[in-house]
Design a protein around this ligand. Structure first.
Ligand SMILES: Cc1cc2nc3c(=O)[nH]c(=O)nc-3n(C[C@H](O)[C@H](O)[C@H](O)COP(=O)(O)OP(=O)(O)OC[C@H]3O[C@@H](n4cnc5c(N)ncnc54)[C@H](O)[C@@H]3O)c2cc1C
Length: 382
């Protein structure tokens, strides 16, 4: 009888592992509640109504190899010692496991009127923002967008929605509350100044050392400041998307699972983690959450499971940092190969080109390539 390999998550990491393991003689079961792949880096653009939904998605059944069984359910629990996963109250055994379920928004215990708080971690959440922000703008006399969290998701969403409000003729105030002393502390001074300058010019206020302290469904308190009738979005961090892992596993504060250099879990040589689910260390720091790292770590985990099946030694994952870009609708900042600075329109073009390239579909590739060539209209800020 063939061995059973379970892959949790059909994102960038999980799909690479599927591709590799489909060529081996293990039986692969893939769990993912979605029917589609989602180009997550373009969620802020979708939320602002700048790109159509269809450009971000592609049916999984068209790219998952036929010999892989896709169970369209979310895994709710993993038992590492019993070698089982649970989804929708059913239990499934595994011989090998890859945890590649990415991450979801983390409210860090904030629990006030969550039904009226907008997060941005999935296609559905971006569509909800798009539709509800448009309605909000049309009904509001003095629109005010409040975002908790000034990481790249918060800033990209702020820029996208600010320009949407201008394009719709109802410019919205934008306030970002962030508990740190300085947003994006990993940026160089030049990069930081560029972002700060962009935010100021576009009337996006950042309140550092500030937290949203309460929300009654309409009004947001940030310390002693109250913002009335706000459109409130949460971009205050992310956590592992599997609620329960039983076994001796160590995790970072955000839930990422500690892995060895070959991406297996320290006490479980048959269990691997990749992408945003894994705490992959480089120079003493966990790698940032990024598509390239997910893509190549998923492939390495798949190859290592294939090696285990053949009783061959596994190999370490050696991450190569191709770079990053923070796209802010009309401005960008980034660095390629940890060395070459990129900003402004070239940075935006590169970002959208990469969104097309990693999109598994020629139509989506062409769509994003067009965006990277034309970019968005530069609405006048007010
Ligand atoms: C708003 C935003 C902007 C970003 N911008 C960039 C960017 O510009 N550049 C960049 O490189 N990276 C960016 N990222 C990060 C990048 O998208 C992630 O690093 C990458 O998607 C991680 O890939 P993954 O395969 O680990 O997880 P994902 O791509 O998140 O895939 C995880 C999969 O697991 C599934 N899943 C979740 N929970 C379960 C469960 N319990 N059971 C079964 N399946 C489950 C999900 O449905 C999903 O299909 C951005 C992310 C966000 C949210």
């Amino acid at each position: 009888m063939n061995s059973k390999t379970v892959i949790i998550g059909a994102g960038f990491a999980g799909r690479q592992a599927c591709r590799i393991l489909s060529r081996t003689d293990t039986d692969v079961i893939l769990f993912d509640p979605n029917k589609f792949t989602v180009m997550l880096p373009s969620l802020p653009d979708l939320a602002g109504g700048w790109v159509p939904e269809k450009l971000l998605i592609h049916p999984l059944k068209k790219i998952i190899p036929r010999n892989i069984q896709h169970i369209q359910k979310a895994v709710t629990s993993i038992n590492l010692d019993e070698k089982t996963v649970t989804a929708d109250h059913a239990t499934y055994p595994f011989d090998f496991l890859l945890i590649a379920s990415g991450s979801v928004a983390d409210f860090h215990g904030f629990d006030q009127h969550l039904d009226a708080v907008h997060k941005l971690d999935s296609l559905e959440s971006a569509l909800r923002i798009r539709d509800m922000f448009k309605t909000y703008l049309s009904c509001s006399k003095a629109p005010h967008l409040v975002i908790a969290g000034g990481g790249y998701t918060g800033l990209e969403l702020a820029a996208s929605l600010r320009f949407r409000s201008i394009a719709d003729g109802t410019p919205s105030k934008v306030t970002i509350a962030d508990p740190s002393n300085q947003i994006l502390p990993f940026l160089s001074q030049v990069e930081h100044d560029r972002i700060t300058d962009f935010l100021k010019k576009n009337n996006i206020t950042v309140l550092n050392q500030s937290k949203v302290t309460s929300f009654d469904g309409q009004n947001v308190d940030i310390g002693d400041q109250m913002i009335e009738k706000a459109f409130f979005c949460w971009a205050g961090g992310s956590k592992l998307s599997i609620p329960e892992i039983k076994g001796s596993v160590s995790q970072l504060r955000d839930g990422r699972i500690t892995v060895q250099p070959d991406l297996s879990l320290p006490n479980y040589p048959n269990v691997f983690a990749a992408g945003d689910s894994a705490a992959i260390m480089q120079h003493g720091q966990p790698l940032r959450k990024a598509i390239n790292f997910a893509w190549y770590s998923g492939a390495r985990a798949g190859k290592n499971i294939a090696s285990c099946l053949k009783k061959r030694p596994t190999k370490p994952f050696k991450p190569i940092d191709l770079g990053w870009v923070i796209p802010l609708h009309t401005q960008s900042t980034g660095k390629l190969f940890s060395l070459l600075p990129v900003h402004g329109r070239p940075g935006l073009r590169l970002h959208y080109f990469m969104c097309g390239l990693r999109n598994f579909n020629i139509v989506n590739f062409i769509g994003f390539t067009k965006i990277s060539l034309k970019l968005f209209k530069k609405e006048r800020s007010t």
